[in-house]
Ligand binder design. Structure first.
Ligand SMILES: Nc1nc2c(ncn2[C@@H]2O[C@H](COP(=O)(O)OP(=O)(O)O)[C@@H](O)[C@H]2O)c(=O)[nH]1
Ligand SMILES: Nc1ncnc2c1ncn2[C@@H]1O[C@H](COP(=O)(O)OP(=O)(O)O)[C@@H](O)[C@H]1O
Length: 192
């Protein structure tokens, strides 16, 4: 039996976290833990699929393993969400900001496999967000947020816990992800 792990996908906005988690789902049947947020849905986002979209009042009624404020909105993930995903598969993924990733590394130890995505330059990030269809005013607010600035660099709390992965050429990223997943599909995970 494969050991239970959660791939924690973190990195700045636009670095490709959602793209990576969809790839893991589509190619490896790795389910994604759906988290809760008070931010408004973007075009095409579906409640219960991309996020559980909450009001501030409904957000406050949930029991979180960790929760953060990011660019003025609240986000949180629960132990129940992890357990529900592990019911489906021993390998699961979750998309978190770096503060959440640090909590997971601390709380779950080796069960949390943290991948920190980065993009070669900020211009490329903004271009990707524009292409994604984000409203220019929203991009401006996001880029100006303290959390966005903070997530541009691998935080000290993740050094030694996270695998940095430059997401520039998608084909290269894919190969690196394939190699990573292969290591964890065995019984005990990679030899250290
Ligand atoms: N700590 C934490 N971060 C979360 C959670 N859900 C989403 N995030 C992070 O919140 C940040 C903002 O997410 P989002 O508004 O979807 O913007 P995106 O980064 O442009 O996709 C991203 O870094 C997400 O990874 C959560 O439950 N906990
Ligand atoms: N390697 C890549 N090269 C070019 N564009 C990419 C790459 N990876 C992701 N993207 C695109 O960049 C945008 C932001 O990616 P997304 O996965 O939404 O990032 P995040 O979830 O980290 O905010 C999306 O439009 C996505 O299709």
């Amino acid at each position: 039996m494969t050991t239970k792990r959660v791939f924690v996908i973190t990195g700045p906005t636009g670095s490709g976290k959602t793209t990576v988690s969809h790839y893991l789902k589509d190619h490896y049947q790795i389910p994604q833990v759906i988290t809760h947020t008070t931010r408004a849905p973007r075009d095409g986002e579906v409640d219960g699929q991309d996020y559980y979209f909450e009001t501030p009042a409904s957000f406050a009624t949930k029991h979180y393993l960790e929760h953060v404020t990011y660019s003025g909105n609240q986000y949180g993930s629960s132990r129940e969400g992890l357990a529900a995903a592990w019911e489906k598969s021993p390998l699961i993924s979750i998309v978190l900001d770096t503060a959440g990733a640090i909590t997971y590394a601390r709380e779950l130890g080796e069960q949390a496999v943290v991948v920190y995505l980065e993009v070669p330059n900020q211009g490329a990030l903004v271009e990707r967000l524009t292409k994604r269809g984000d409203h220019p005013a929203r991009i401006k607010k996001r880029v100006a947020s303290q959390e966005y600035q903070r997530d541009q660099e691998l935080p000290a709390g993740l050094v030694g816990h996270a695998t940095p992965l430059v997401n520039d050429d998608w084909q290269v990223t894919r190969q690196k992800l394939d190699a990573l997943i292969k290591q964890y599909q065995s019984v005990n995970g990679p030899a250290n």
